[in-house]
Design a protein around this ligand. Sequence first.
Ligand SMILES: [Ca+2]
Length: 235
Amino acid sequence: MMKIKNSIVMGISALAFYGCSKEEIPEPGINPFMPAEEQPICVTHHYTYHAESYTLTYYFNSENEVLRREGDVSIHDGIMKSKSDETKIFKVDKISEDGKTFDITLVDSEEELDRLYENTATQVSEYDRCTDWLSQPGTAAFYFFKDINYSWEYVDIRVVNASYFQDQWLDDADNNISSIWFSSYPSSVYPLRLDVFAGSCFSGSIYSLTASVPNLHWLSVDLGDKISSMKGWPI
Ligand SMILES: [Ca+2]
């Protein structure tokens, strides 16, 4: 009996370790009497850093605030502590359709980030920091939103038909963007890369995206409402 009990406990722990619990096992903290919109929202981050892989599970409230974290919290915090803002660089490899599961590679420099993309031919290095620049024509379109789930677009900073853009003057959108949608045509031929920066003039931590994000707060509390500059182009 004891053995069976132990294996059940181990099974539950393993699920918690790898991410949000499956439906048949109640999520920790779920209150059956609480309305659905007030239940904690479970978000999973799978990280790779050098040869190490680890997973964190975040529980958010509906205000996009972190209620608690589970999983490899100490590994993640240790890595973050060892880095300066300039070397906190996140290559977001995959985002689930519901925007709740992220595969993220941590890298140490912008050069290393560029190397991780197969096609590194970009104009990025040719242009100065602290300038805005837009090339035409192209197949890329980028849309930025005040709220999550692509609500309330900042139309002034919309980028369409571009082959490259960089924008370090976000005006009202500065530190306010909560979701991003982008695409190119045909997307199978021209996948896009969008690097968003926490600081102005393309400084501070970088999140490098290749897919739309319905809720940036779930990707990082240091990213939702915290973007100050960005650049994007087909890869
Ligand atoms: Ca916002």
